[in-house]
Design a binder for this molecule. Structure first.
Ligand code: ATP
Length: 232
C-alpha cells in the first residue's frame, strides 16, 4: 500500500507547489508554516485538485478519506445520530468515542468547532480507510482533546495516515516526517533519523537536540525521556 507523488506541480496565481516522494504504510507528518501549501497538497493527494504536471499514484489503496480543515464542510444531516448513520456507524459507539455521549439528538451545527472536529475525526478513524488524510486535525482543540486525537491516530494499526499540520505542541508518534516550505515539499525521512533535519521542529525537540539528547519520536514525552537518558 503506498501513494507516489511523481514530480507534482500545481500553480495558483503566484503560489506554486512542487513535490515528489512516496507515502508508505504508517503515520506521516507534513509540517510547515501557515500558507506553505499543506492544505493544497492534501487536496491534491485526495484527488480533489488536479496537478498541472506530474501525478499522484495510489497503489493497493481501496478506500481514502480526507478530514477537511473546517469540519462544518462534512455535515450532511440534521442530528448527530443521523450523521453517525450516514457514515454507516453505530451512533452510541461513535458518541462515546467522540466524548459526546447523550448528544445524539443535537444539531451538529450546535457543537463547538472543536467538538465537531472530534466527531468527524472519530467517524473517519472508525471507518478505518486505507488512506487517511487529516488537514489540521488539532486546530480548534484544547490540549486534552489534542491528546485524545493523537491516541486515536496512534491507534490505527494499518494503512497510511498523513497529517498536515502546523501544530508544534501536542503531536502523535509518527513514522516519517515531511516539511512544506513556500510550496516545496521536502521528504525528511523516517523517525527518529529525520528529527534533526526538521527545521520547524517544536521548541521542546530543538531544546533536547541542543543538549545532545536523541528523542526516539516527536512527542514531548520522547524529548523528556531522551533528556533524562542523556543526563544519566
Ligand atoms: N482557493 C484559493 N484561491 C487562491 N489562493 C489560494 C486558495 N487557497 C489557498 N490559496 C493560497 O495558496 C497558498 C497555500 O495555501 P494552503 O491553504 O495550501 O496553505 P496551508 O499551509 O495549508 O496554510 P494553513 O496552515 O493556514 O492551513 C497560500 O498562499 C494561500 O493564500
Amino acid at each position: 500500500m503506498r501513494v507516489d507523488l511523481e514530480d507534482l506541480l500545481f500553480s495558483r496565481g503566484r503560489f506554486s507547489l512542487r513535490g515528489s516522494g512516496t507515502f508508505g504504510e504508517g503515520v506521516h507528518l507534513v509540517s510547515g508554516p501557515v500558507g506553505s501549501g499543506k492544505s493544497t497538497l492534501a487536496l491534491l493527494l485526495a484527488e480533489i485538485l488536479r496537478p498541472e504536471s506530474g501525478a499522484v499514484r495510489r497503489h493497493g489503496i481501496s478506500s481514502a478519506l480526507l478530514l477537511l480543515q473546517f469540519p462544518e464542510y462534512h455535515i450532511t444531516c440534521p442530528t448527530i445520530a443521523e450523521e453517525a448513520g450516514s457514515w454507516g456507524l453505530d451512533p452510541d459507539e461513535l458518541l462515546v468515542r467522540a466524548d459526546l455521549a447523550g448528544r445524539g439528538d443535537d444539531d451538529p451545527f450546535h457543537l463547538s468547532r472543536g467538538e465537531l472536529k472530534r466527531l468527524i475525526l472519530a467517524c473517519m478513524i472508525m471507518r478505518n480507510p486505507d488512506l487517511l488524510m487529516l488537514d489540521e486535525p488539532f486546530s480548534s482543540l484544547d490540549c486534552a482533546a489534542k491528546r485524545r486525537a493523537c491516541s486515536m491516530i496512534e491507534g490505527r494499526s494499518e494503512g497510511i495516515t498523513i497529517i498536515f499540520s502546523h501544530e508544534r505542541a501536542v503531536l502523535p508518534r509518527v513514522d516519517a516526517l515531511w516539511e512544506m516550505e513556500g510550496g516545496t515539499l521536502r521528504a525528511l525521512g523516517s523517525v527518529p533519523r529525520a528529527i534533526p533535519r526538521w527545521r520547524h521542529a517544536p521548541p521542546y525537540l530543538t531544546y533536547a537536540l541542543e543538549r545532545g539528547a536523541r528523542p526516539e519520536n516527536i512527542r514531548l514525552q520522547d524529548a523528556r525521556e531522551a533528556i533524562c537518558r542523556t543526563q544519566g
